[in-house]
Structures are given as structure tokens and as C-alpha cells.
Design a protein around this ligand. Structure first.
Ligand code: NAP
Length: 277
């Protein structure tokens, strides 16, 4: 590696202007005094694969991919991690010296490490985890919980067929319940995790009775705008422990940064402040 030449990485999506990843990775580059750049690239569906291959040829170290390219990213990879295969989607691509594409999914890593960073005593093996949602983020959370040894995972989704499909893909290791049973199911849980987009921008919220949230439960929300969602507010008022989505976003960026720029970055309060602005 020519050390005088900056290392390059990017995030691809559509839309992309809202992405916090450039601010985060460029903060880490500065913190670690590394010679590199991380840029946002908006790409149309028909140009996705061609753009990735061009970035490989241009000597980029790798990229993050976000909505709507997480499935395509896995499909075009030459090799992929077991986690990405299990989830069926990739958010981090690393380009090898041989110009091959290696796909990983770091959302599961981000989810677990964020909670453990905040609550080191949290034990995912204990009790029942209730996962709201059955989209891409839900798949990552369930993969994470299963790999941590969670034995009881209940998934609720507005479209129950999607939750049933997820159950099949995960070898019946999870239970599916109807969305309308949210209060009963939540009441006996140790962990409640919102992986739906409900709660974003305060326009929508999860219709759960606050009294159904057990005081002893740990409540996580993957939504990070706003930082304190309606669900987290209710949980805090109940006296439950809460975890916001910004921490997961930061933690999921760590493996990519380390692979592309060669240093494990730190999660700091200063970084959180920069990303909240
Ligand atoms: P997705 O695949 O499109 O799934 C969306 C999920 O939200 C589905 O379960 C969908 O239910 C549900 N949903 C949407 N509108 C709903 C409504 N009005 N009522 C009930 N359920 C509704 O999206 P995703 O990639 O999983 O992302 C979900 C959220 O997680 C987004 O807000 C995203 O920003 C966030 N996220 C955060 C991180 C992080 O690092 N913090 C990482 C990944 C994702 P149906 O199946 O019924 O449509």
C-alpha cells in the first residue's frame, strides 16, 4: 500500500443526502490522523453494480450501502460473511487486493455492541425478546439475538405474512404473534426492540399501552430521528432502561472503518454530538 495515497471509501444509496455516515467516518479519519476520504454517492438502481465495479477499479478500499441496495450488494459480492448470508443482505463491502468484493452485514454487530457498550450487564440469553417489525433491520436484530443465545424471540409485524416468512428463513427459531397482541406480548418481555420505521420524525408512533412495558425490560429503538422516540419516552417514564438507534448506527460503522482504514475507531460522546446536529 502506497501510504502517500489517500484511502477512499463511500456510502451508496438513494436517497443519500440524509446519511450520517460521511460525517462519522470523516470524524474518525481526523481523530486517527489518517490519510483518507469517505464520500456519499447517490446512485440509480440500474447503475448500482457498474458503480461498485468502477469504485473497485478506482482503488477504493470499500463502501457502505444503504436503502435500497442492501440485497443487491450481497448478490454482486464474490464472497460474503456468514452473518450477511444469514440475514440475506449486506451493508458493508470491502474490496480486496485482488479486486474482489467481500460483503458483510454489520447491523447485527452494531445492535449488540451498542447495547453492551451502554449496559455491560445486559444478558440477551435471559427472558423473552419481543421484536417489532419484520423488514431488513429486524432480520439483523434477530440474527444478532440468536447468535448471542437468546432462546425466546417473538416477532410482531403489521403484515404477518412477512413475519411468517422470516420465521421460516430462521428455521422456526422464533415465534410469530399478531400485531394486535402487542400489549399482552410486551407485558411478559425482558427486551422490546422496535425495528419498524414507526416513530420516525414524530409523525407515526407505536400504539402500545405504556403500562404494558415492564419496568425491568430493556427497550431499544432502531429509529434515530428523533433520538428519543415516543416508545423510548414511554419506556423512560416507566423506569425501564432504554437504548436509542444512534448508538447502533455508530457501532455498525466500526468494522468497515477498521477494514478500510486499518484502525479500530472509538465511539465518543463528541461523535454523538456531531451526528445529532
Ligand atoms: P424495511 O425493510 O422497509 O421494514 C420496515 C418495517 O416497518 C416493516 O416491518 C414494516 O411493516 C414496518 N412498518 C412501516 N410502516 C408501518 C406502519 N405504519 N405500521 C406498522 N408497521 C410499519 O426497513 P428496515 O431497513 O428494516 O428499517 C426499519 C427502520 O430501522 C428504519 O427506520 C431504519 O432507519 C432503521 N434502521 C436503523 C439502523 C440503525 O443503525 N440504527 C439500522 C438499520 C435500520 P410491514 O412489513 O407491514 O410493511
Amino acid at each position: 500500500m502506497d501510504e502517500a495515497r489517500p484511502r477512499l471509501a463511500a456510502v451508496l444509496g438513494n436517497p443519500i443526502s440524509h446519511s450520517k455516515s460521511p460525517r462519522m467516518h470523516n470524524y474518525w479519519l481526523k481523530q486517527n490522523k489518517l490519510n483518507g476520504y469517505y464520500i456519499p454517492i447517490k446512485v440509480e438502481l440500474e447503475d448500482f453494480e457498474q458503480t461498485i465495479r468502477a469504485l473497485v477499479c478506482m482503488g477504493f478500499s470499500g463502501v457502505n450501502v444503504t436503502i435500497p441496495y442492501k440485497l443487491s450488494a450481497l448478490e454482486i459480492a464474490d464472497e460474503s460473511s456468514r452473518t450477511a448470508q444469514y440475514i440475506g443482505a449486506a451493508n458493508t463491502l470491502t474490496f480486496t487486493k485482488e479486486n474482489k468484493i467481500y460483503a458483510d452485514n454489520t447491523d447485527a454487530y452494531g445492535f449488540i455492541n451498542n447495547i453492551k457498550g451502554k449496559y455491560p450487564d445486559w444478558n440477551p440469553k435471559k427472558g423473552t425478546s419481543v421484536v417489532l417489525g419484520a423488514g431488513g433491520a429486524s432480520r439483523a436484530v434477530i440474527a444478532a439475538l440468536l447468535s448471542e443465545g437468546s432462546e425466546k424471540i417473538i416477532v410482531l409485524n403489521r403484515t404477518i405474512e412477512k413475519a411468517e416468512a422470516l420465521k421460516k428463513d430462521y428455521d422456526n427459531k422464533i415465534t410469530v404473534e399478531s400485531w394486535k397482541n402487542i400489549n399482552e406480548v410486551a407485558a411478559s418481555s425482558s427486551n422490546i426492540i422496535n425495528t419498524t420505521s414507526l416513530g420516525m420524525n414524530d409523525e407515526t408512533f407505536i400504539a402500545i399501552n405504556p403500562k404494558a412495558i415492564p419496568k425491568k425490560a430493556l427497550v431499544s429503538d432502531l429509529v434515530y430521528t428523533p433520538l428519543e422516540t415516543n416508545l423510548l419516552k414511554m419506556a423512560k417514564n416507566r423506569g425501564s432502561r432504554t437504548v436509542d438507534g444512534l448508538g447502533m448506527l455508530i457501532h455498525q460503522g466500526i468494522p468497515g472503518f477498521e477494514a478500510w482504514f486499518g484502525q479500530k475507531p472509538l465511539v465518543t460522546e463528541e461523535l454523538r454530538e456531531i451526528l445529532i446536529k
